[in-house]
Design a binder for this molecule. Structure first.
Ligand code: G
Ligand code: MN
Length: 260
């Protein structure tokens, strides 16, 4: 077994621009309109195919990125790659959704990086979504609001990610230019069995809709969960039931049930 310190060293020593260019990848998971069951967007998920450690998820390495000094480098790489890939798909009606970590949002150049990528790649406004957790937004609420307003003014949509695991106060949402709320998969997991989860999800959908915000259910894994959400007016959904995250080459946007 490799020691935790060894893993950290193997991660930190390879966090350099040329390695990012070579070993970082984006996977994509389709987001569907639950009513029509058609794909309406894709979420870009960062993966690192590390030459020694294998495939790494962001939670394994993002915590070191700031101290190594490649934070902005990674944000730039992710947005440029996501927008370039999106162009290759040539599906103008879809949106592409990109995650921003707390450190990324709090970097002084984050807005410039995103707007520059959008400009350089000649990207149409309205088709780019930026996802942030409540925790990320609430670390420095005032600055977050300013930055999100700058993005929204450029036609970029803002989505609240993993909704429900943080402080879950919808009151701040009305002060933010949020267009989408993504309900965390921990609420979806037992939605047909757990009465409390069902009530929370249903009332979140109603409240979001009354604020003019669309709702995305994360982590849909069964047909029963899909039906429940559809019947309760949840707008969109994503999860293994429709499709696992895939590389651009393997992405199938017709999104059929993979278990069949
Ligand atoms: O925090 P965020 O919601 O962006 O995290 C997305 C992560 O959730 C991805 O790493 C993806 O692989 C994972 N994921 C996507 N769909 C499902 C699902 O249906 N079930 C589970 N357990 N994980 C999922
Ligand atoms: Mn996300």
């Amino acid at each position: 077994m490799i020691h935790a310190d060894d893993i950290k060293l193997k991660i930190i020593s390879r966090l350099r621009a040329e390695i990012i260019e070579k070993e970082f990848e984006l996977y994509y998971q389709p987001i569907l309109n639950l009513k029509t069951r058609t794909c309406i967007g894709i979420e870009a998920l960062l993966r690192w195919r590390h030459s020694e450690l294998g495939m790494l998820r962001p939670s394994k390495f993002l915590l070191y990125v700031k101290e190594v000094g490649v934070l902005d480098e990674i944000t730039r790489w992710v947005f440029r790659r996501a927008l370039t890939d999106y162009r290759k798909l040539a599906l103008k009606s879809l949106f592409v959704s990109v995650n921003l970590s707390v450190d990324e949002l709090n970097s002084a150049c984050v807005v410039d990086i995103i707007l520059n990528a959008q400009k350089e790649l000649d990207f149409q406004p309205g088709q780019l979504v930026v996802e942030l957790t409540e925790e990320t937004i609430m670390k420095h609420p005032k600055i977050s609001v300013q930055k999100l307003e700058q993005l929204a003014a450029a036609g970029i949509q803002v989505a609240v990610d993993d909704y429900g695991v943080g402080f879950s106060s919808l009151s701040y949402l009305k002060r933010l230019p949020v267009t989408m709320l993504k309900i965390d998969r921990s609420y979806i997991k037992d939605i047909e069995k757990d009465r409390a989860d069902a009530i929370i999800v249903k009332s979140t959908i109603q409240l979001a809709h009354s604020l003019g915000i669309k709702v995305v259910a994360e982590g849909i894994e069964t047909g029963e969960q899909f039906q429940f959400l559809r019947e309760n007016a949840c707008d969109y959904g994503q999860g293994y039931y429709f499709s696992k995250p895939k590389s651009l080459e393997n992405l199938h946007l017709h999104c059929k049930d993979e278990r069949k």
